[in-house]
Write a new protein. Sequence first.
Length: 343
Amino acid sequence: MKIAMNGGLNGKAVLVTGGTGSFGKAFVAKVLKEWPGIERLVIYSRDELKQFEMAQSFPESKYPALRYFIGDVRDQDRLRRALEGIDIVVHAAALKQVPAAEYNPFECIKTNVLGAQNLIEAALDTDVQQIVALSTDKAAAPVNLYGATKLCSDKLFIAANNIRGRRDLRFSVVRYGNVMGSRGSVIPFFIARRGSGVLPITDAAMTRFNISLDEGVNMVLWAIDNATGGEILVPKIPSYRIGDVATAIDPDARQELVGVRPGEKIHEEMITSSDSPNTVDLGSYFAILPPGDPNLVDAYCQKHGAKLVAPGFSYNSGDNPDFLSVDELKDLIAKHVENKVID
C-alpha cells in the first residue's frame, strides 16, 4: 500500500522504543528518506553497542535530527525524561523469543507488560500526542507466555484511551504476523541447513502469516496518519505452509516431522471469532474496536468508510484465502531474506 501521510512527519519529534531492532532500523531509514524535515527522531533502547553500530549507518553529520537515548522501558523515570518534547511514539521494544519467555516468564512480563504501562504513564505526564504500539499474531488467543504478555500490552494501550482526559493523545495498536527472515524464525533456520539433505518440519499442516519488514513499517506509518485511537489494526496478508517454505529453500531435502514445540500453534490467529462483533473491514486492513459500544462501531465505519465483518468472522493463517505458492516464496526469500537475515 502506498503511504500518503496527510500531515507528514516533517516538523515532528518521533521516538522509537526498541529502536535498534530490525523494525526500528527499517523505520528510521524510511522516515529519514521520506521526511528529511523531521525535527527529531529518537532511538530509545538499552544496548549501547547496537546504538553505536546503528550510528555508523546513520551518522549524526548526515542526519542531524537523529538522537540516541540509552534507557529501558522498565524505567518509567527514564522514559518520562526521554518523552519530553516528543509528539509521536512508536513502541517496538519487547522480549519476543517464545522459548526464552517460557523459561524466564517474569522477565518477559517486566518488559512487555510493565514496560507498556510505564510508557502509558510517561506519555500521560508529557505532551505526547500519539502512541502506536507493535503487537503480534501470537496475542490473539495466546497459548504461550510471549503471546499472553502482548495481549496484556494490547489491552493496556487500548484502555489508556479511557484515562487520557482532555489530553490531545491517542493510543493504537498494530498487530501483524511473522516478519519474513527475522532472526530465529523458520526461513533463516532452513537456509542455514540447506544442502544437508534433511529439513525438520514441526507439522505438515502448520501455517503462518507472512509480512515483509517494509510492509510492517508502511503499516505503522499508515496507523500514525489514520488511527483515531482505541483500535487494533490488522493487515490483510498472505499465509504460507511450512512444508512449502522448506520446498522453496531446498526442494531436494527430505522433510522430517519433529513435532510441535511447546507454545506453538498449528495455525496462527490475528482476529478471533469473539472479536467479530467489533471488527470492521477497512479495505487493506481490519480494525478491532473496543467492545461494548455499537455506536462506536457505527461512527468508526461512517468516518472511515469501513464495513462490519460477518458474525463469527475470524482471521487465521489456516483459513486465509490468500496463500503463497512455492514459486512466490522463492521470489520473496530471494528479495527479502537471502544473505540479509535481520535481528
